[in-house]
Design a protein around this ligand. Structure first.
Ligand code: TLP
Length: 348
């Protein structure tokens, strides 16, 4: 099976497994796990912020961050297709008690004027807006990048209105590698962020919340109330250290493979891709012109040895990662062609 469902399916490297075996451990709830402490220091330094905190998942990282940045009964501007709004079970409202104010972006990027227009006016009847969230790279838009200058423009609006700016940077290293700039170009204009170790960076578990010393102190209390205080979490942190040291540059291979995949798919009749969205390690395409639903297409494709995800009635997502080689791309393209032929044959 060629698994293109997500970069979350990556398995740890041998070196990571060795590092887990030999990690120096302690109780992280007491702040005494030396491996966690080292990873958190490394992460903060890499992002150009004061402090960082390890959490089990990206979803928890976003929830902790929203709760740190906004109080119950306040509101947050976010992109209408963002992960927080779509894929986190409504935790922003169900648990954080924050009202989401969705703004439709272009290729995952909100127009600063739309952000400004969405901020609730001050007043007795209003859920006061205190937070703006961006997502980088943007998942449902196809792994698209919010560039440093676009972040700066949104941050200007946020500052003018006294709002915090938070970045779901689950795949921020994909953005940095794709644009060949230091990751701090993306982090300098946001107040705080999170990024994931468990996606393209190949760790088995883990995400990191990053921000000021004060932000992380508050985040530690919120992580604990959500049940995310972990004990010998060095077993999670040890591969994270390897990820930050050695797994970032290779994301370029994933981007190269995604481009090959997109170009191949784009040549196939019945498949529609907006090539502007192919910027990092994702390829999203429509199968509408084939006259089949995306879930049917994905099921058929599976019979040909390729796993993909259906993200709407018409759209399919494929994600490249460390488990996918160049040869797998050719095989996946052949399997897709066969799938299309079969679906067409059935119809006609
Ligand atoms: N995304 C997953 C699925 O949940 C859709 C994937 O396969 O892409 N922010 C962004 C931008 C994400 O893409 C994800 C995971 C998360 C947050 C949540 O991370 P986890 O899965 O660790 O909770």
């Amino acid at each position: 099976m060629i698994d293109l469902r997500s970069d979350t399916v990556t398995l740890p490297t041998e070196e990571m497994l060795e590092a887990i075996r030999h990690a120096k451990l302690g109780d992280d709830v007491y702040g005494e796990d030396p491996t966690v402490n080292r990873l958190e220091e490394m992460a903060a330094k890499k992002m150009g912020k004061e402090a960082a905190m390890l959490v089990p998942s990206g979803t928890m990282a976003n929830l902790v961050s929203v709760m740190c940045n906004a109080n119950r009964g306040e509101s947050a501007v976010l992109e209408a297709d963002s992960h927080i709004y779509w894929y986190e079970l409504g935790g922003i409202s169900a648990i954080a008690g924050v009202l989401p104010l969705p703004v439709k972006g272009t290729l995952g990027v909100m127009d600063p004027a739309d952000v400004e227009a969405t901020i609730r006016p001050k007043g007795l009847h209003m859920a006061k807006t205190t937070l703006v969230c961006i997502e980088n790279t943007h998942n449902r838009a196809g792994g698209t990048i919010v560039t440093p200058s676009q972040i700066e423009a949104i941050s200007k609006v946020a500052k003018e209105h006294g709002l915090r700016l938070y970045m779901d940077g689950a795949r921020i290293f994909n953005a940095a590698v794709a644009l060949k700039v230091d990751v701090q170009q993306f982090t300098r204009h946001v107040d705080n962020l999170m990024f994931c170790l468990s996606k393209g960076l190949s760790c088995p578990i883990g995400s990191i919340v990053v921000g000021s010393e004060e932000h992380i102190q508050k985040a530690r209390r919120i992580r604990k109330i959500l049940g995310g205080g972990m004990r010998q979490a060095g077993v999670i942190a040890a591969p994270g250290i390897i990820a930050l040291e050695k797994m970032i540059d290779r994301l370029e291979d994933d981007h190269h493979n995604a481009r090959l995949l997109a170009e191949g798919l784009n040549r196939m009749e019945g498949i529609k891709i907006d090539m502007r969205t192919v910027q990092t390690n994702m390829v999203i395409f429509s199968v509408e012109d084939l006259g089949v639903k995306a879930d049917v297409f994905v099921k058929k494709l599976r019979e040909h040895g390729v796993l993909a995800g259906n993200i709407s009635k018409t759209r399919v997502r494929m994600v490249t990662h460390r488990g996918i080689e160049k040869e797998d791309i050719s095989k996946a393209l052949t399997a897709t062609e066969e799938t299309i032929r079969e679906l067409r044959g059935k119809k006609g």
